[in-house]
Design a protein around this ligand. Structure first.
Ligand SMILES: [Zn+2]
Length: 67
């Protein structure tokens, strides 16, 4: 049974993960649309950024509770 393509799409910059790396969404034209199932996630760049934001928020909260 064919499951079709399952691709990961970054929920921030909307790039998709391909065999060649993270590419703009329009490169999905290489695939037949019907066979695609999307999974939303983070590309490495946006993951780093999200992590930084979380860390900054945690640091702020820690400062606030400390004072
Ligand atoms: Zn991204």
């Amino acid at each position: 049974m064919a499951m079709g393509k399952h691709i990961v799409k970054c929920c921030i910059c909307h790039r998709i993960r391909t065999d060649r790396g993270w590419e703009p969404e329009h490169s999905r034209d290489a695939f037949s649309r019907d066979e695609i199932s999307y999974s939303h996630g983070y590309c490495p760049t946006c993951y780093e950024e999200a992590l930084m934001q979380i860390k900054a928020r945690v640091a702020q909260t820690a400062l606030r509770t400390a004072s």
